[in-house]
Design a protein around this ligand. Structure first.
Ligand SMILES: [Zn+2]
Length: 72
């Protein structure tokens, strides 16, 4: 993937919304294990599935050089 803004090749999947999902998942997963004593393996599996789904839904790329974010 090449950045449409500055033509840099230093891009990766991600972006602000993906990070928001990561933070939300961590914020949910930690109390689920610590407070509600749900099995950590199951919680981890749900988190992984949710991260994959988030990438499929948002499908966002971010440029590491200029910070531009766009949808693929
Ligand atoms: Zn760029």
């Amino acid at each position: 993937m090449i950045c449409p803004s500055c033509a840099s090749e230093h891009t990766r999947r991600g972006g602000a919304r993906i990070w928001g999902v990561y933070l939300l998942l961590i914020a949910l997963a930690v109390p689920a294990v610590v407070v509600f004593h749900l099995p950590a393996g199951i919680v981890a599996a749900i988190v992984v599935v949710a991260v994959v789904l988030a990438h499929l839904v948002f499908n966002q790329q971010v440029c590491l050089d200029c910070g531009h974010q766009w949808k693929r």
